[in-house]
Ligand binder design. Structure first.
Ligand SMILES: O=C1O[C@H](COP(=O)(O)O)[C@@H](O)[C@H](O)[C@H]1O
Length: 254
């Protein structure tokens, strides 16, 4: 039996970002109360980054012990480490603020950049090893740490992380992290978790806003079965549940 899917609709992007931020703080507090630490997989994208900014601006920021939060990424653009295209650089809107709130930078696990690795595949292999080490350190069997929350944006074409429709990455099997070439959305080189890795997370949150996302969301959440290789957003789920956190424009065809 698959875990339950939830669809939560908010009026607009700012309201959705505020709601995602409130959920994230609560999820971290709950995970720390249950297991001592929390592991969160971050996403890039418009709403993903707006949600991190909303956490940074939240009055609840001080209620979290940020020294016991592990951060990972679901995908990354394979560009120079300082490039504003990098999801990890964009996430500094929150991480930079958390430095003054006890953030342990040793727990911030960004994917490799083009000045550190020759190819996206090398960066992917290094990230897969890092994930294996983290899993082993926390005593988790298998090659991945337990992700409490894994956040994903969704593109208008239904891509999640850097798994694009009808593209090699979406069909990749057997790996947890892959290099992506010829991404239909620039930049062309990327690193991404695979479906196999994403779907181990306790909770998967798809954070989706904007009218341009409505057709893809309608198909991904529709009654008709669709292949995840064709509609990647339809192929992600958390072991304890999947939450679509959306604004009304993106949910217009759901
Ligand atoms: O390229 C990417 O795009 C998606 C969605 O971005 P959006 O701006 O359309 O919301 C994002 O989720 C992914 O992490 C990123 O690398």
């Amino acid at each position: 039996m698959s875990a339950k899917r939830h669809v939560v609709i908010h009026p607009d992007l700012p309201a959705t970002a505020a709601a995602v931020a409130a959920r994230l703080v609560t999820a971290i507090l709950d995970a720390q109360a249950a297991r001592g630490e929390a592991s969160i997989v971050l996403t890039g994208g418009t709403l993903g980054i707006a949600s991190l900014k909303a956490v940074a601006d939240s009055p609840a920021l001080g209620s979290v012990d940020w020294s016991r939060v592990n951060f990972y990424w679901g995908d990354e653009r394979f560009v120079e480490s300082g490039s504003p295209d990098r999801n990890a650089v964009q996430a500094e809107v929150l991480l930079g603020v958390l430095d003054a709130h006890g953030l342990d930078r040793g727990r911030v696990h960004a994917m490799g950049a083009a000045d550190d690795f020759r190819t996206p595949e090398e960066a992917a292999a290094a990230y897969a090893h890092l994930l294996e080490r983290e899993a082993s350190d926390e005593g988790t069997a298998g090659s991945l740490p337990v992700f409490d929350v894994l956040m994903l944006g969704m593109g208008p074409d239904s891509h999640v992380a850097s798994l694009f429709p009808d593209h090699a990455g979406a069909a990749a099997g057997g790996a947890t992290v892959i290099g992506v070439h010829d991404s239909p959305k620039p930049p062309p080189l990327r690193v991404s978790l695979t479906f196999e890795a994403i779907n181990t997370a306790r909770a998967v949150w798809l954070v989706v806003a904007g009218a341009d996302k409505a057709p893809a969301a309608g198909v991904a959440l529709g009654q008709e079965p669709v292949a995840r290789e064709r509609v990647p957003a339809s192929g992600v789920s958390g072991t304890q549940g999947t939450w679509w956190l959306m604004d009304a424009a993106a949910a217009a065809l759901v």
